[in-house]
Design a protein around this ligand. Structure first.
Ligand code: PEP
Ligand code: CO
Length: 445
């Protein structure tokens, strides 16, 4: 096993989507400090998730991956983290119970702070400043000071991730995720929606099943806690490299800032710095594949990133767009499968369906999201392969960022509560609705 390249070697390859820091000495000192910080996750936990992802690739489990497009430091509050976790738990229950399949739960959180951008600069009213690249790099406020990349934010991102993950761990092991709490996750405003009412009925059925189990003396620990893991796009090399450690047990390198990390659509070049970095770490990893990806691209990525063809190591996350998935996906899946490549297939129904509303908001249609997931299921069903999961941008709050859904948010309604700093997220009711629709697709898969 070769050793992880140095940060300098990675930069020499010409890494894409990196900020231009004005002060190299300050970057060095932040990176040096970060290298001394404790791991956020353990290598053994990453291995556990890898074996769960192997079950996904065998068609024995379904991945639910969800969270913000971009987390923010301001968003690290108990309410925000709990609300997000709560809707993810609700979605997982719906998929497990109504879809009758084990669900692997993966938060897009506790590290999702770096964003790729289509342009390095942003101009507003004649003023041009560096684009916002996520809270780990610079501030969202459109001022010179805020937009200047600041390496202190590397440490702030570590601390924000640690606080988030600590709370998530406490929630999932400390009783909040106990299945006997299924009703309490359904708070008032959700209960009044159609999806919330449907959830209430399902929760009552689960209660009945649990009473039965208690009556016969079965009291499995599995009801009381859930396995929950963290993930983010490993984009900013300073952070990811500094959080890469050699596991003392196996002497292999792991990225210890999250259990699962992925390479984005914009940084997946075969000879690029991100692929070179990812090649060396042992975490379960994902690669986004957009409509321009060919089967040969996917095969070459698999050969580079998973040369031993280890099950659970590699997940392809496709993001074609509702109008393109039915034509684009079959060729990819067919050839990759025919070559015997071990990979889980996950659908990101968000990033191929973004557009600007007439009112000037970056948005997505709920119907397009559903249509892409349906296309994903149909393609896999026709090929006899397994639709392994979904990656969704969602929040636990009642925001108005995506159009449609049962509450019928329209273009004018987006202004009501639009809070995302990058991409639009499904709100709580839309997330729950999607879970019910996907559960139906799973029943037929
Ligand atoms: C994302 O997941 O937020 C993202 C930037 O996606 P992609 O790399 O697929 O464009
Ligand atoms: Co996004």
């Amino acid at each position: 096993m070769s050793t992880v390249p140095t940060l300098e070697q990675l930069h020499a390859i010409g890494a894409r989507q990196q900020p231009s820091y004005p002060d190299a000495v300050a970057v060095d000192s932040a990176v040096t400090r970060l290298r001394t910080m404790p791991p956020l996750v353990f290598a053994g936990e990453c291995d556990d998730l890898k074996s769960k992802m192997a079950a996904v690739s065998r068609g024995e489990a379904f991945l639910l991956q969800g969270g913000d497009c971009a987390e923010t430091f301001d968003g690290v509050t108990a309410d925000n983290v709990r609300n997000k976790l709560r809707v993810l738990l609700q979605m997982a229950v719906v998929l497990t119970y109504a879809g009758s399949v084990p669900v692997v739960k993966l938060g897009r959180l506790a590290g999702q702070y770096a964003k790729p951008r289509s342009s390095d600069l942003e101009t507003r009213d004649g003023m041009t400043l560096p684009a916002y690249r996520g809270d780990i790099v610079n501030g969202f406020d459109f001022t010179e000071e805020s937009r200047l990349p600041n390496p202190q934010r590397l440490l702030d991102a570590y601390n924000a991730s640690a606080a988030t993950l600590n709370l998530v761990r406490a929630f999932v092991t400390g009783g909040y995720a106990d299945l006997r709490q299924v009703h309490t996750w359904n708070t008032d405003f959700v209960r009044t929606s159609v999806a919330g009412q449907r959830y209430e009925l399902l929760a009552a059925e689960i209660d009945k099943a649990m009473s039965f189990m208690t009556a016969i003396g079965a009291d499995p620990d599995a009801l009381r806690r859930v396995d929950f893991h963290s993930s983010h796009e490993a984009l900013l090399l300073e952070y990811e490299h500094a959080m890469t450690r050699i596991d003392s047990r196996t002497e292999l390198p792991y990225n210890v800032s999250g259990h699962f990390v992925w390479i984005g659509e914009r940084t997946r070049q075969l000879d690029g710095a991100h692929v070179e970095y990812f090649r060396h770490i042992r975490n379960p990893i994902g690669v986004k594949l957009g409509p321009a990806a060919t089967a040969d691209d996917a095969l070459a990525l698999a050969a580079r990133l998973n040369p031993r063809n280890e099950p659970g190591r590699l997940t392809f996350i496709t993001r074609f767009g509702a109008g393109r998935i039915r034509d684009g996906l079959p060729g990819l899946v067919e050839k990759v499968t025919a070559e015997g490549v071990e990979a889980a297939w996950v659908c990101d129904p968000m990033h191929g369906n973004t557009f600007e509303s007439s009112t000037g908001y970056k948005t997505r249609r709920f119907d397009d999201v559903v249509e892409e997931v349906q296309g994903f299921f149909d393609v896999h069903r026709s090929l006899g392969t397994w639709p392994g999961g979904i990656l969704v941008e969602m929040t636990g709050d009642d925001v108005t960022e995506c159009i449609g859904g049962g509450e019928e948010i329209d273009e004018a309604g987006l202004a009501h509560r639009y809070e995302s700093v990058v991409d639009p997220r499904l709100n709580r009711v839309q997330s729950l609705e999607l879970a019910f629709l996907v559960a139906e697709m799973l029943r037929k898969a």
